[in-house]
Design a protein around this ligand. Sequence first.
Ligand code: ADP
Ligand code: MG
Length: 209
Amino acid sequence: MALGTEWARAWITASARVIAEHRVELITLDRAIGDGDHGENMDRGFSAVLAKLPDLTADATPGDVLKLVATTLISTVGGASGPLFGTAYLKAAGAIAGRPYLDGTALVALIAAARDGIVLRGKAAVGDKTMIDSWTPAVDAAGSAVAAGKSEAEVLKAAADAAEQGAADTEPLVARKGRASYLGERAIGHRDPGAQSTALLLRAAADVA
Ligand code: ADP
Ligand code: MG
């Protein structure tokens, strides 16, 4: 599939489905080291996005799709993750603005801009046990895949694989940002919910490519 507006729509539709399917898992992760609302927050946000996708005009670009996601998440998702993911999609939209199709370099720009937006807003670094621990390995893996001459689908698969590994790698960490940081060493042994939802979203991107 050439990665244009149809891919972007399919990604977001698949994201809404996968977040709904994993709603309870995300709630359970957040119950262990947060307040238990992450699955609910993400499902509410992506359900609202799904309802708004038909509002896009026929000439919408992939960037327009991501901008719609951003504004919808910002207005419907509370908690830490609403503004963080909202900023991620907003910056990602800006990085690919006006492009009808995305090549590997544009995909790296998209993922890197999303990560940078989250860092700008939340000031987390790698190892703080947040969604950044999923986004940053994804940026690096996507960049390496492009440098190795991989196809767009392979670039997204590399990003999704790295994000899944990054989410798993949050388990032994002590949290330094967000609600989980109040727990100190009691957060050890639990996976960060936002890192897990990031991995789900990037896997959805790869699966529809
Ligand atoms: P809340 O923590 O307000 O209940 P959610 O449960 O929806 O919001 O989201 C929690 C997730 O937000 C965490 O798992 C973590 O990945 C992410 N998060 C929290 N604070 C930050 C931050 N400062 N930077 C990056 N991500 C963060
Ligand atoms: Mg929460």
